[in-house]
Design a protein around this ligand. Structure first.
Ligand SMILES: NC(=O)c1ccc[n+]([C@@H]2O[C@H](COP(=O)([O-])OP(=O)(O)OC[C@H]3O[C@@H](n4cnc5c(N)ncnc54)[C@H](O)[C@@H]3O)[C@@H](O)[C@H]2O)c1
Length: 338
């Protein structure tokens, strides 16, 4: 297939691009490099430097009219017509979204409306969208499956849920099939060691621990150790980016083959506490990794774990690399070399 990957220079997007290339697809990456990196691009994929907020530029890219002569496209073969697009471009810091909602309204919601309208205009009929477990909010029961009520606790999660609703309408009105992939906590690096672009301004635990291990930051802050969990720290579901990447390929295959849309969890179905993650990181890296317990953060549930039963049933997908050792080891290999 010929696939347009929007946000493909980012942390998850570059792994997704790698997977589609590995499977023999033709890939064009479209990215404004706001948090994506040139070193995450592959020579065999075409790259278009552009912004989803620029409707005309996005339309040119999606219809295959961006070219090297225009100065914004490099590498790979020509792009159009695209059979599918993968949309990963978004602002993603839940905490920031509560103080700067405007940024999330514009980049996540207006940007996605441009993508949907361009897809409708250019005849792209399959969209894989990076949604998030943040659509669920405070867990009512565990593990969280797709029937769990959606009640986001932060504005970031709200933008993801709204986009899923727009996707339903564009499916109904424009015949665009979609897979909204509700990732839990993405972590790790390419299991074959081919990607080394550090995640920019991370707000997630594992890259923060890695930054402390290599001395980019002084210590890791542990937000609360008095939760109702065995060691008192929060438990989360960490899913390896290489697993997320195969999940995208399986989801695209499903919607393309069946013509059915879906919203689906991608998680490891395993919970790890903050202290367990820290201990594994200390063991794997051999570094002391200082940590300090501070107060709880508002809105942090004690436990969050996924059921990925539906992904298993419909897509034949299961996390294979999401054990904590592999998550940490593939991350440490990258951070230790920088
Ligand atoms: N990292 C996680 O744990 C996680 C969990 C759930 C969902 N997600 C979602 O997955 C997606 C990818 O996340 P990531 O961790 O790879 O983040 P990232 O910041 O590394 O990737 C986002 C990419 O989109 C690009 N981008 C952003 N705004 C753009 C714009 N206006 N025009 C063109 N390109 C733009 C950035 O340059 C970057 O390359 C996001 O939609 C995020 O909300 C991430």
């Amino acid at each position: 297939m010929n696939i347009l990957i929007i946000g493909g220079a980012g942390y998850i997007g570059s792994h997704v691009a790698r997977e589609f290339l590995d499977q023999g697809h033709q890939v064009t990456v479209f990215d404004n490099l706001s948090s994506g990196l040139r070193r995450n691009l592959f020579p065999e994929a075409r790259f278009i430097h552009g912004d989803i907020l620029d409707y005309a530029g996005l339309l040119r890219a999606a219809s295959g009219k961006s070219d090297a002569a225009a100065g914004n496209a490099t590498g790979g073969k020509t792009g159009a017509p695209f059979d599918a697009l993968v949309h990963l471009a978004a602002a993603k810091a839940a905490g920031e979204s509560m103080v700067r909602p405007e940024k999330y309204s514009v980049n996540n919601i207006s940007g996605t409306m441009n993508i949907l309208n361009v897809a409708a205009e250019t005849g792209i009929r399959n969209i894989v969208f990076s949604s998030s477990a943040a659509v669920y909010g405070e867990p009512q029961y565990l593990p969280i499956d797709e029937k769990h009520p959606t009640n986001p606790e932060n504005y970031y999660g709200f933008t993801k849920l709204e986009i899923e609703r727009f996707l339903h309408w564009y499916d109904k009105l424009k015949g665009i099939h979609f897979a909204a992939l509700r990732y839990f906590n993405a972590a790790g690096y390419d299991v074959k060691g081919r990607l080394a672009g550090l995640e920019q301004n991370p707000a997630n635990l594992i890259p923060i621990i890695m930054e402390a291990a290599v001395g980019i930051r002084k210590e890791v802050q542990v937000f609360g150790d008095d939760y109702d969990t065995p060691d008192g720290t929060c438990i989360r579901d960490y899913v390896h980016v290489s697993d997320l990447a195969t999940g995208h390929a399986a989801a695209l295959d499903y919607i393309n083959r069946t013509g059915k849309s879906l919203s689906i969890n991608l998680g490891s179905e395993t919970g790890s506490s903050v202290l367990e993650v820290l201990e594994t990181a200390r063991k794997v890296s051999g570094r002391p990794i200082p940590a300090k317990t501070v107060g709880r953060r508002p809105g942090d549930p004690a436990r969050l774990t996924a059921s990925s039963g539906l992904a298993h049933e419909l897509l034949g997908w299961k996390a294979k690399h999401s054990d904590m050792e592999t998550l940490i080891k593939t991350s440490w290999d990258v951070y230790n070399k920088q």
